[in-house]
Write a protein that binds this ligand. Structure first.
Ligand SMILES: O=C(O)CC1=CCC(=O)O1
Length: 96
């Protein structure tokens, strides 16, 4: 199951810089691990924003939920999720 996810990060302006750096490093490590597994299929920066568009390929809505909730930056993110299905005009056989 494919899901398009928008994540907007809002770190408190007064957050300790070392704490912020640790969270970002932990987020990066997990994001890269999930990309290696194929669960996090795409990760794009939204130009001009501290936000990303991502595509997740998971087995269930519950798996997506659990995965998003374990992200280190989760407490500081606004997350929007849209379920995707195959477009009849798509030429990409792996779009499902
Ligand atoms: O910078 C972001 O958009 C938040 C984020 C998600 C994965 C990652 O490494 O950073």
């Amino acid at each position: 199951m494919l899901f398009h996810v928008k994540m907007t990060v809002n770190l408190p302006v007064d957050m300790n810089p070392e704490r912020a750096a640790r969270l970002k490093a932990d987020e990066k490590a997990l994001a890269q691990q999930l990309q290696q597994t194929g669960k996090w299929r795409h990760l794009w920066r939204i130009a001009g924003l501290y936000a990303n568009y991502s595509v997740f390929d998971v087995d269930s809505v519950q798996e997506l939920h659990d995965l998003l909730m374990q992200l280190p930056l989760y407490p500081y993110m606004a997350i929007e999720v849209n379920a995707l299905c195959r477009h009849p005009s798509s030429i990409h056989e792996d779009d499902r």
